[in-house]
Design a protein. Structure first.
Length: 342
């Protein structure tokens, strides 16, 4: 049934399809009994799926990656599809419209998407207001970033603002310094600025009555030397884990016509082509760190096998995004069923 819905959505430009699907989900799941029916169809409740990480109990290990529900407008409804957790954002202190349109592109032949959204979001105050109206017990991750006009020298202040404002309303944090769509952002993955950001946030975290888990979201385009730095930084700053990986700027191995790719231009590539690189990053961090911190595996999961491969590579939890768009909510249930069969 989802494929019929998808065929209609794919007649629209990707960003229009995204907003239409949000409205449809919101409408349908707020009709009497529809939420119950959706939960009955897509949810699997089994204690063998539960994962205890970072002091949190996840009902299952399949989450929704950041970027889908940027503004925290649909997290309750998305939980009805069987996600074990939902990561909202990326959120910035001030609202921003993001990059000029068009900025979202489907690569159907590659089961992929290119985006250069540019952290478009309604700002921290609006997001907090929505999170205050949370109706369910879905685990929420808060993915935080800096505003485009904030210099890298002052970036730590943006992360601090988002951390403080979101702290009462999310269950864990994802520090995003790895999007390719905000100019200069990836420079913050370098050792010194990254340590500065994470130490500042950890200092605030330690001052709270009960701290919250902090994870670092990294790019798939890091070198081995940079990955070694990440392992050292995690140990030094004592953050709780890593999310691997964000979108890639690479275009190798795609079947989409090269002229089409040139027309699209810059942006982060997500979806099936990212799977192998993401798995490599996960496994490298897992083995080289001597399994010293948990990893959330994301990037290229289009099937249950893809999710299992990430778990075998070293991921404790997984997230989907592009696969959710192409395959629909049945993918969540299929992954959880496959995990039960391990």
């Amino acid at each position: 049934m989802y494929k019929i819905f998808r065929s209609f959505l794919f007649l629209l430009n990707p960003e229009s399809a995204h907003f239409f699907s949000f409205k449809a989900i919101k409408l349908i799941l707020n009709l009497p009994a529809k939420n119950w029916i959706v939960r009955k169809i897509f949810n699997i409740r089994d204690s063998r799926l539960e994962r205890n990480l970072f002091g949190l109990k996840f009902p299952n290990p399949v989450g929704l990656a950041a970027g889908f529900d940027k503004d925290a407008t649909l997290f309750d409804e998305l939980g009805s599809f069987g996600f074990g957790f939902v990561e909202i954002g990326t959120v910035t202190p001030l609202p921003q419209i993001g990059n000029p349109k068009p900025r979202l592109f489907r690569l159907k032949k590659d089961h992929a998407i290119i985006n250069r959204m540019g952290f478009n979001n309604s700002g921290i105050e609006a997001v907090v207001a929505r999170l205050k109206r949370k109706k369910t017990n879905i685990i929420i991750g808060g993915n935080i970033g800096k505003n485009k006009l904030t210099s890298n020298a002052d970036a730590v202040n943006d992360y601090e603002i988002c951390f403080e404002k979101l702290f009462p309303h999310v269950d864990y944090f994802a520090v995003n310094v790895s999007s390719p769509n905000t100019p200069g952002l990836r420079e913050l993955q370098q050792k010194d600025p990254l340590i500065r950001i994470l130490k500042r946030i950890q200092a605030i975290n330690s001052s709270k009555f009960k701290r919250k888990p902090i994870l670092l979201k990294i790019a798939p385009d890091l070198t081995v030397e940079q990955l070694d730095d990440i392992i050292e930084i995690v140990a030094l700053t004592k953050i709780d884990g890593v999310i691997a990986t964000n979108t890639t700027i690479e275009r190798g191995g795609l079947t989409t016509n090269v002229n089409r790719l040139e027309d699209i231009g810059n942006g982060g590539l997500s979806g099936a082509p990212l799977n192998d690189r993401s798995n490599y990053i996960i496994n490298y961090l897992y083995e080289k760190s001597n399994k010293s911190f948990p990893i959330i595996g994301v990037g290229g999961i289009s099937s249950p096998k893809d999710a299992i491969d990430k778990i075998k590579a070293g991921a404790s939890l997984v997230q989907i995004y592009t696969g959710f768009i192409y395959e629909g909510p049945s993918l969540i249930k299929a992954i959880n069923k496959e995990i039960l069969d391990l």
